[in-house]
Ligand binder design. Structure first.
Ligand SMILES: [Zn+2]
Length: 523
């Protein structure tokens, strides 16, 4: 009779602080978040189970915003639940740096038994800055399992410098390859799991590139160059993937606590050797109840967050709700004008640009803090750059790629902004200039008019341009911004600036400013 050992790994990623299944404005949501993930863990935990979280965990929800701003000395809510659920591993993601290094360090400090795995972020002495490069454990009669953790090395292209001082980000694929070789030689594990907070740069079937090869996502290269990986768990792109590619089981378990991967490995001993069978499914939280014990653990911070979110800060007599996100971008919703207005007032910059998150709510008649946080959803700050006319035009051309034409010649959002990752937030709208985007023209020639104070912008004309810090470092493939002179930085998050502005003015009236025309000249 053959001997059999079973190992199960439960993996989640990109929680973005979603613990309790409530959004800012929609209270009828299906179960999601870590409190619902808890029910999946309870159902699927076996004797030989490990639970892994793949990062982007502590930032991205009102509760975590509130905790960071008002309660950061109390235990981190994500850590409270990780401890309760006995999460075994945490691999940091890029967004885990957004609230600053000390906030991340404190979160890690709050973890009781969770091991942090991150092999490619190094400190000044070239040691892993967070936890261990990998973990190795034994199952049954000497079955060795190795789990390596790596994080997208692209963080310096997005993050504020003060949040990543003295850190070095090494190539995630190279580091993983080196470690796999090392482990093979020294330990020869039966199973190698690579947990990578990053995604795929190529199509998983054809291996054709579908995102720019910047190093942000290296999952495909890992599959090509490190065939020894038995299971590759990825994240960052918020995709739901279960697939087998070149003998490697490939997983991406979604985002915001909407699903968890249940990965099963059977080791079957035959003639003194182990054959390995592996499979996985994604369990969706909307099929599970919310674990009330978890909810109770968060009851204080939840009450405080709700109270804070409900604070009335002003009102408007205009209809400022965003009902159609595409139209809000195509026709430049007054909210965009409003954000640009606040950014320009604060910085006195000549020009301002901003984008809208993938899903945003806009403002109802009575404006509460929750309405601002669900309209400006990123923890960004402001940066003013010096830019010349030519570079400004290049940036506008990049933004103009956001639009495409369908078969009937209608202007639509370029599908590239929906797949492989939804990133409508990479379309910026400007105030302070007037311009026209002709979607009928090829990329690079779509800006058909561009004026500043009613005069055409010339190549060497100099401007100050305010934008968020993510964009100013080139985030969203805006390389043209990367080496520009920084005139000014305002280290207050933009949502707070908007809240302060509304509090001060009490009633918000926005003059519509139709300075961006989006046309199809063939119609
Ligand atoms: Zn990420």
């Amino acid at each position: 009779m053959s001997e059999r050992f079973h190992f199960r790994l439960l993996a989640m990623s990109d929680l973005h602080g979603h613990l309790i299944p409530e959004s800012l404005t929609d209270f009828t949501q299906k179960p999601s978040g870590l409190c619902a993930i808890s029910s999946i863990i309870a159902k699927h935990r076996t004797e030989n189970t490990r639970v892994l979280d793949l990062g982007d965990s502590i930032q991205g929800s009102p509760m975590m915003d509130y905790h960071q701003a008002h309660r950061h000395s109390s235990p981190n809510p994500v850590a409270v639940l990780f401890n309760h659920l006995k999460v075994d591993y945490f691999v940091p993601g890029n967004h885990d740096f957004n609230y600053g290094r000390s906030y991340l360090d404190q979160f890690i400090d709050n973890l009781n038994t969770t091991k942090v795995l991150c092999a490619n972020i190094l400190d000044k002495k070239n040691r892993p800055a967070f936890g261990l490069p990998y973990d190795l454990f034994t199952l049954g009669e000497g079955i060795k399992i190795a789990i390596i953790g790596v994080t997208t090395q692209y963080i310096p292209n997005w993050e504020r410098k003060s949040h990543i001082t003295n850190l070095r980000f090494e190539n995630a694929c190279q580091v993983a390859k080196r470690l796999v070789e090392h482990l093979k030689k020294i330990e020869n594990p039966h199973l190698i799991i690579l947990a990578y907070h990053g995604g795929f740069e190529k199509d998983l079937d054809t291996f054709e590139a579908y995102v720019a090869d910047t190093g942000e996502n290296l999952g495909s290269r890992m599959l090509e160059e490190i065939p020894e990986i038995d299971i590759l768990i990825t994240g960052h792109q918020h995709r739901s993937i279960v697939s087998t590619v070149r003998n490697t089981l490939v997983i991406q378990p979604g985002y915001n606590g909407k699903a968890m991967a249940v990965i099963d490995v059977d080791f079957i001993k035959e003639n003194g050797r182990y054959a390995i069978r592996k499979k996985a499914i994604l369990e969706k939280t909307d099929n599970y109840p919310v674990d009330e014990t978890c909810v109770t653990l968060l009851s204080n911070i939840r009450k405080e967050t709700e109270k804070y979110l409900d604070i009335r800060i002003g009102k408007t007599t205009q209809d400022l709700l965003i009902k159609d996100a595409f139209l809000a971008r195509r026709d430049k919703h007054p909210i965009v004008t409003f954000i640009n207005q606040v950014q320009r007032e604060k910085t006195k910059a000549d020009i301002s640009c901003c984008s809208l998150g993938n899903q945003v709510s806009g403002f109802p008649d009575i404006i509460r803090i929750r309405d601002v946080l669900s309209t400006y959803v990123f923890p960004n700050t402001l940066v003013v750059l010096r830019i010349d006319g030519q570079t400004l035009k290049r940036a506008l051309e990049k933004n103009a790629e956001y639009f495409a034409l369908d078969e009937e010649g209608r202007i639509i959002a370029n599908p590239r902004y929906s797949y492989p990752k939804t990133e409508h937030y990479n379309y910026d709208m400007f105030d302070g200039i007037d311009y026209c985007i002709d979607v009928a023209q090829p990329y690079g020639r779509r800006i058909v008019t561009l004026t500043y104070q009613n005069k055409p912008v010339s190549t060497h004309q100099s401007f100050t341009l305010v934008m968020n810090n993510y964009r100013s470092t080139g985030g969203g493939e805006f390389q043209m911004y990367r080496n520009l002179e920084i005139v000014k930085e305002i280290n207050i998050d933009i949502a707070s600036l908007l809240i302060d502005y509304i509090k001060k003015h009490k009633t918000i009236t926005i003059q519509a400013h139709h300075n961006i025309r989006v046309i199809n000249s063939n119609q």
